[in-house]
Design a protein around this ligand. Structure first.
Ligand code: SF4
Length: 430
């Protein structure tokens, strides 16, 4: 979502004459768009500011704004602690950035904009064309969260759930497709909680599925509670909807899920998986796992391992629990960090071996890959298969924007490698 927001911030600042630059030493204004989901996010912001400050030691100071969830969570503290910062802007107020820059240019005042102005933000953004022209583009349809998992800061930094209007989303999707996007990834902190009048996420997927210029649809991040029948049904009816669902589960123990206030049990989770597999037998899953949540014992952890093995997630993102200030779980007693670390290691070894086995089975198979870009200074092209895995192919022909079969001949932890195959079965000259 920060990538989407950063692109929209660029569209906003263009209206006051700013353009993006890769030349970081010749910059008039920095906007650091931050994420607060992991530990030490604030330290990273101060570290980046320190680097900028050093680079501009003998030059005119650039305007420096801190945007995103770190700004939202620690606005006053940030302004007080670092005099180099000119302003902070929460994720729901970034439409005000052009105004802030102008005010800073004129009066040099420090500004704190951390109100939850989500409706005003999208009203403002709707007036601006989305100029992103990536083959695969993000499109925010929903923001915020009402679920209040006990470990999570999102309800406090992004605010309550808000869904954008159906027509606004379709109009922005059309802009992206007109710009050349072939894949749209619908975004929301609770994307499948999307609800605008009578419309649900399934209605958006159905509508986009019939759009001629679009090849692929994905959405993230979903909550198991909102995996409704209509949404599950789109896996049968919408061929452009990709067969990978990222469905965070966090733990394999229903006891821990309850302590986390996750609002779903393992029984419910497994039932969703089963219903999805019925609608699209080729579907695969990825998930998020939190290891060592307060109260997790060996048997709870073993249930998480069993779940991992029984579903065979092809990708998983796992971390040791770390308390986020201000969340209910931050008051709980944490378990021995050595035990958590050991469990994480065990878990990651198992998930890596599942991933490796899955990738081994792909060798010599032909996968459908949508190519996104040429790699920097190389005759190699980067794309993704239907399951979102990165694929790299060497080619003298420009593959950008093409959807081709690729015969996989190698892999590593993060990437598949192969040769593009054209319809007449001739391989690309490498
Ligand atoms: S549903 Fe997701 S965003 Fe909402 S509180 Fe839980 S973890 Fe955070």
């Amino acid at each position: 979502m920060n990538e989407y927001d950063s692109n929209r911030i660029l569209d906003l600042v263009k209206t006051i004459g700013y353009v993006s630059t890769k030349n970081i030493l010749d910059t008039d204004c920095y906007v650091l768009n931050t994420c607060h989901i992991r530990e030490k996010a604030t330290d990273k912001v101060y570290h980046d500011i320190g680097r900028i400050r050093k680079k501009f030691k003998d030059k005119k100071k650039p305007i420096l704004l801190v945007a995103g969830c770190v700004a939202q969570a620690e606005s006053n503290e940030i302004l007080k602690r670092n005099s180099y910062i000119d302003g902070v802007i929460g994720p729901q107020s970034y439409h005000l950035i052009p105004k802030m820059i102008k005010e800073i240019e004129d009066k040099k005042n420090k500004i704190n904009n951390t109100e939850f102005d989500v409706i005003e933000k999208f009203d403002k953004l709707n007036l601006l064309r989305n100029t992103n022209s990536n083959i695969s583009s993000f499109l925010t349809i929903q923001e915020g969260c009402d679920k209040f998992c006990h470990f999570c800061v999102v309800p406090y930094t992004r605010g309550p759930e808000h869904s954008r209007s159906f027509d606004e989303i379709l109009s922005e999707a059309k802009q992206l497709i007109d710009n050349g996007s072939k894949e749209i990834i619908l975004l929301g902190q609770n994307v499948n909680a999307y609800k605008y009048k009578k419309y649900r996420l399934s209605d958006l997927i159905n509508k986009l599925n019939s759009h001629k210029g679009l090849e692929r649809i994905r959405y993230t991040t979903s909550h198991p509670k909102d995996m409704t029948d209509d949404l599950i049904g789109t896996y049968q009816t919408c061929k452009k909807l990709m067969p990978l669902l990222h469905l965070p589960v966090q733990s394999g123990s229903s006891k821990i899920l309850k302590l986390m206030n996750r609002k779903h049990s393992i029984k419910k989770y497994l039932d969703i998986i089963q219903r999805l597999r019925k609608k699209r037998p080729s579907i695969k899953f990825s998930s998020d796992f939190m290891i060592g949540y307060p109260g997790e014992n060996e048997s709870d952890f073993n249930e998480t391992v069993s779940l991992m093995k029984s579903i065979g997630f092809i990708n998983s993102y796992s971390f040791v629990y770390s308390p986020r200030p201000g969340t209910p779980a931050s008051n709980l007693e944490i378990i021995d960090p050595e035990i958590s670390k050991k469990r994480l290691k065990t878990f990651q070894e198992i998930s890596d071996s599942i991933k490796k086995d899955y990738r081994k089975k792909l060798l010599n198979k032909k996968l459908e890959v949508l190519f996104e870009n040429k790699m920097h200074k190389q005759s190699k092209y980067f794309g993704k298969d239907e399951y979102g895995d990165s694929v790299i192919v060497e080619s003298k022909i420009d593959l950008t924007g093409k959807k081709l079969k690729v015969k996989i001949n190698n892999f590593n932890q993060n990437t598949l490698f192969g040769e593009a195959v054209f319809n007449n079965n001739r391989e690309v000259a490498a």
